[in-house]
Design a protein around this ligand. Structure first.
Ligand code: MN
Length: 244
């Protein structure tokens, strides 16, 4: 199995090394990741300037740093490596739960894999104080990959770890009820107004969702799809407003 590894934290993040070390037990690993942090880049692609890459040492793995976005890295990585089976993205330093999926560069790398015809798994861990305990997470990540990789129908999965030693694994759906993005005005040292886009705390999540599972101490696994079509609304619209 050929496993292309990407992330949005940049190629020198400790999370990508931890992911590659676990993934190496499941197949041939190659790392292609942004040369700088691209968190919250979403699924942007670089279309107005050329991309280039350089080989770079990362934990003994074959690794390349790219002057582009997470989605660029997957596209360029797949272009240079025939027969990629799956993209693993992460381990992101920070959760990608609920509405964070819309902005996540970590998830975008996995989505780009699906757009290109192979599978994608995004992996994120919360950051509270210090870095995630990767030694604690690694056996759980191995369990997740043992479960996900043999099933080809699981094309796109968003995996999130809790902030303590996990109690187990849970299949979840995306929490979409609450949005935590907020514009916060402030002033720079010269007294000029500027703005931070920040995250605000939210109320308790709905049972069965990704946010709920990690709050309960479980590893959350959410199967996703790229088709955003609202099937019920489509059927209703066709009935109420028939077109010519
Ligand atoms: Mn990130």
């Amino acid at each position: 199995m050929r496993i292309l590894i990407a992330n949005d934290d940049g190629i020198y993040s400790p999370g990508i090394t931890a992911l590659a070390e676990v993934a190496a037990d499941f197949g041939q690993v190659r790392i292609v990741a942004p040369d700088v942090e691209m968190s919250a880049a979403g699924h942007s692609v670089t279309a107005s300037r050329p991309l280039s890459y350089k080989r770079t040492p990362v934990g003994g793995f074959e690794a390349y740093r790219v002057n582009g976005t997470p989605a660029d890295c997957v596209a360029l990585g797949a272009y240079h490596w025939d027969g990629v089976d799956v993209v693993l993205s992460g381990i992101n330093l920070g959760s990608n739960l609920g509405n964070a999926m819309w902005h996540s560069g970590t998830l975008a790398a996995a989505k780009q894999a699906v757009l290109l015809g192979f599978r994608g798994i995004a992996v994120s861990a919360p950051v509270t104080e210090g870095e995630p305990n990767f030694d604690q997470l690694k056996p759980w990540l191995a369990r997740v990959l043992e479960l996900l990789l043999p099933d080809p129908d699981l094309a796109l999965i968003n995996v999130n770890f809790p902030d303590q030693a996990p109690h187990g694994l849970r299949w979840t759906r995306q929490s979409v009820r609450h949005y935590d993005g907020q514009v916060m005005p402030s002033k720079d040292p010269m007294g000029r107004q500027h703005f931070w886009f920040t995250v605000v705390p939210m109320e308790a999540p709905e049972p069965g969702t990704d946010r709920w599972a990690v709050e309960q101490g479980y590893v959350s696994m959410t199967p996703l799809r790229l088709d955003l079509t609202h099937e019920a609304e489509l059927a209703r619209a066709q009935e109420r407003h028939p077109c010519d």
